[in-house]
Structures are given as C-alpha cells and as structure tokens.
Design a protein around this ligand. Sequence first.
Ligand code: C2E
Ligand code: CA
Ligand code: CA
Length: 239
Amino acid sequence: LYYQPKIDMRNGDILGMEALLRWIHPEKGLIPPGDFLPHIEHSSLIIDIGEWVIETALQQALQWQAHGKGWCISVNIAARHIQMPDFIEQLKATQQRYPDMPAHLLEIEILESVALNDVEQTRHLILEVQQLGIDFSLDDFGTGYSSLKYLKRLPVNTLKIDQTFVRDILEDKDDRALVNAVIGLASAFNRKVIAEGVETWEHAELLLQMGCHLGQGYGIARPMPADQVLDWAEHYRLS
Ligand code: C2E
Ligand code: CA
Ligand code: CA
C-alpha cells in the first residue's frame, strides 16, 4: 500500500492518508492499480485484497498514532466486495481486532457510480458502516449522475470531487462551474467535501476561494510508501 496525504489547504494541517494499492512486480517494477484491478475486480480475489487493505491500513494507522499522528485512513472498497452479504460482519470483526484504533479514523470510499447501482441497498450499508463509527465517502463524485433525490438518500460523510473536474478548473469554466456546484451541494446537505487531483498551488488557491478546504493531489504530495510518510510530514510546508 502507498499512502497519499489529505490536507486542510487553509493551514496545511494533515488530516489523513488514502491507502492506494501498488503491485511491486519482481521484473516489471511498480504496477499501478488501474493496470491490474480491472482483471480481478469481478473475482473473489478482490475481496481477499480488500480485507488485506483494510487490515494493513489499520495497522499502519496505529503505528502512526504511536508517533502522535492521529491521522484518519481511507480505504477504497470495490463494488463486489461491498456487496458481499457479510461485508459489515467482516468489517466489525476486523475492527474488533484493533480496539486501540478510534473507529471514526477509518473511512470507506466507494465510487459514486457503485453507490448508484442500488441506492436503497447502499443507503442501508452506509448507515450500518456509520453505526460502527466508521466514516463513508463517495469517490469520483460528479461522474455518476447523482440526482438531488439520490444524494438525499445517501447519508455519506464526504463527497470527493472527481479529479477530472478539478484538474481543469484553472482553464475550463464549465469544470469550474461543476466543482462549484458540488461544493454547494455538499454545503446544502451538510456534507464534507474534498477535492482530489490538486496538482498545483494555483488549484488549491482557487478551491479555497470557492469554499473547498480539503485537498489531495500531486501538488501536495504523491502517493508514497508508508516508510516515507513521517519524514514527508516532518518537512511539509504550505507552498
Ligand atoms: P482513486 O480512489 O480516485 O484514487 C486517486 C487516484 O488518483 C490515485 O491513482 C492517485 O495516485 C491519483 N492521483 C492523486 N493525486 C493526483 C493528481 O494530482 N493528479 C493525477 N493525475 N492523479 C492523482 P492510483 O493510485 O493509480 O489509483 C487508481 C484507482 O485505483 C483509485 O482511484 C481507486 O479507484 C483504485 N484503487 C486504488 N487502490 C485501491 C484499493 O486498495 N482497492 C480498490 N478496490 N481500489 C483501489
Ligand atoms: Ca479513492
Ligand atoms: Ca477518486
């Protein structure tokens, strides 16, 4: 797992890390998830991997806590995994293995498009996850055609604005309008909002002006191996 920081762009506070899979291949080197996940996301392997991701991320978060870093940790969960009938039971069992980890520091991210497959089922799942004290966020928000009606039925903690919209806000006024709309939507529904794909400090400044304080992206930090994170945090300053 690699980890990418999420920060408060107003002051540079580090809020947490998103765990992102990497396959370190003996000959081919580092393979990004986009190159292997599509081949396994319809097999049960994706469930084993997802369990491993949650477990590893929790262990890592506890290690950082021992260094005084109470960061939240976000994990990405695939459609097939989240739709398993025993998903909640397994999650609870995993949680119980780490009693020192405050529940609210774990966050589950699922794609907006997956959430919309079956809005009522997703709604139940979100409520059950939140009952465990765990946060829930909708990833790639804006790509899945959520209607206001659906958003009302999906009581997620956070909307994650898709990076394809964020990337072009400096040049493209339609993307800027879209990002503005998502920020407004989040505020109207009293949800948190985070921008992904913050590639430069100009992006961060514009997002701040638009009222989005939370950000993640190459302009802040690239995803990095766990053993580089503390060092990065030590030296990170707002640009
Ligand atoms: P995602 O969840 O939307 O994660 C964000 C992706 O954007 C990551 O790609 C990250 O490296 C990249 N990124 C971050 N900041 C920037 C930026 O400023 N500019 C650009 N161009 N890209 C940025 P990555 O790590 O290749 O992951 C791709 C996707 O694979 C993820 O998208 C997620 O959907 C999936 N994925 C990653 N790890 C896991 C996992 O453990 N389980 C599951 N089921 N899916 C995962
Ligand atoms: Ca994600
Ligand atoms: Ca995303």
